[in-house]
Design a protein around this ligand. Structure first.
Ligand SMILES: Cc1ncc(COP(=O)(O)O)c(C=O)c1O
Length: 396
């Protein structure tokens, strides 16, 4: 039977990780995989997570199943983090949700919900978007289209182009938006863009699906959710996929949530039953561990303070690295405008190199990045900035 299945080509990003690992060059730099790294290139366990971990191990007295909705309290805490403590939508019970295996699980269960609607839904993704959005959503059986988004010459969002597509959308369309720290471009929507999207969604009836995978990794927990909160206050329905992979560093513990805002509390309860059934019929229920830790941190003043402090330090280190890289590039007199690097947000930016140049970076300098020249800024450190800037100058 299985001889019918052909081997697939290796995932390009996973192939990059393996090639980096096997590279003996002591100067090698990994800018490929999208995980936060510290100055030593290590993805450390956050301090609040370490403490919560110990407390949890000491107090957990059962490994019995949790509910398909997740760890008790987790969703309430995450909802407040995302929509704010005083969200009217929360007090009106118009938001509900379930814990999911990471942001990927949230996107997939969101897609499964949309497949259950009577209408054939089209999901609109930014061009470009995170590489996993298409497979996650398409394999649930949904149509996918793209809206114009990124202008490479400025490194910013071309909102006019995006808005031309939005103008044509209606009630059978879902628009996937990156809540902050757009992956892969680093180009975020400005607040006035969120306002425009809210106006259009409310008038035309399309539904936003916000992927919030990096809350707190740019301008703070509240600021990074500002666009999403504006949508929530001004439109009837929306979906949100959250991830605790980056902001709690829980990558392998697969912790996230799918949240939905509906027109009234009855719809909210109904949608939750559908989402739980979608989860039940695939992986049954989310891994619990990360949910316990996140819920503990969000509800303990000391742990929360420690977590927020560390998260803010991570965000400001990324900003410093952006600034440092730009300074080194400018100092080398490279004849290309890289000033967008410091205007962009979060972990990613494009270096604007072609495939040959990316391969030269890898083969001649052991600097690893995706063929698109997307780099993970957090993979840099103050010691390698000169080396990376020299290599960029050489390949350009
Ligand atoms: C834009 C975006 N959404 C969602 C995710 C999902 O992350 P995870 O499933 O690891 O929580 C990622 C991870 O890189 C991402 O970049």
């Amino acid at each position: 039977m299985f001889d019918q299945l052909q081997a697939l080509p290796a995932d390009p990003l996973l192939g990059l990780i393996a090639a980096y690992r096997n590279d003996p060059n002591p100067s090698k730099v990994d800018l490929g995989v999208g995980v936060y790294k510290d100055e030593q290139g290590h993805t450390a366990i956050m301090r609040a997570i370490q403490k919560a971990n110990i407390r949890h191990i000491e107090t957990e007295d059962s490994k019995t199943y949790i509910s398909p909705a997740g760890v008790p309290g987790f969703i309430d805490s995450v909802q407040k983090l995302v929509f704010s403590e005083d969200s009217a939508m929360l007090s009106d019970n118009r938001i509900s949700g379930l814990q999911t295996p990471g942001g990927c699980g949230a996107l997939r269960i969101g897609a499964e919900l949309l497949v259950r609607l009577k209408d054939d839904v089209t999901v609109w993704l930014s061009d470009p978007s995170w590489a996993n959005h298409t497979p996650l959503i398409k394999s649930a059986g949904l149509n996918i289209e793209n809206y114009g988004y990124f202008e490479p010459s400025t490194g910013e969002v071309d909102f006019q182009l995006m808005d031309e597509t939005l103008a044509k959308l209606g009630p059978t369309d879902v628009v996937l938006l990156h809540g902050c720290c757009h992956n892969p471009t680093g180009a975020d929507l400005k607040f006035e863009h969120w306002q425009r999207i809210a106006e259009r969604a409310s008038k035309q009836g399309f539904v936003p699906f916000v992927d919030l995978a990096y809350q707190g990794l740019d301008s703070g927990l509240n600021e990074d959710a500002k666009g999403l909160r504006h949508l929530s206050e001004n439109i009837e329905e929306m979906l949100v996929a959250t991830s605790c992979s980056k902001n709690f560093g829980l990558y392998r513990d697969r912790t996230g949530s799918l949240l939905f805002q509906t027109a009234n509390s009855a719809n909210s309860s109904a949608v939750l039953t559908q989402a739980m059934e979608a989860a039940r019929s695939s992986y049954s229920m989310s891994p619990a561990y990360g949910g316990f830790l996140v819920n503990m941190i969000l509800n303990d003043a000391d742990l929360r303070q420690e977590w927020e402090t560390e998260l803010n330090a991570m965000a400001s280190r990324i900003k410093d690295l952006r600034k440092g890289l730009l300074e080194k590039i400018v100092a080398r007199g490279i004849d290309k405008d890289f000033s967008y690097i410091t205007k962009q947000k979060g972990m990613f930016t494009y270096l604007g190199l072609n495939k040959d140049q990316v391969h030269r970076m890898r083969d001649e300098y052991a600097i690893y990045m995706a063929d698109s020249s997307r780099i993970n800024v957090a993979g840099l450190n103050t010691h390698c900035l000169d080396y990376v800037a020299d290599a960029i100058k050489a390949v350009l």
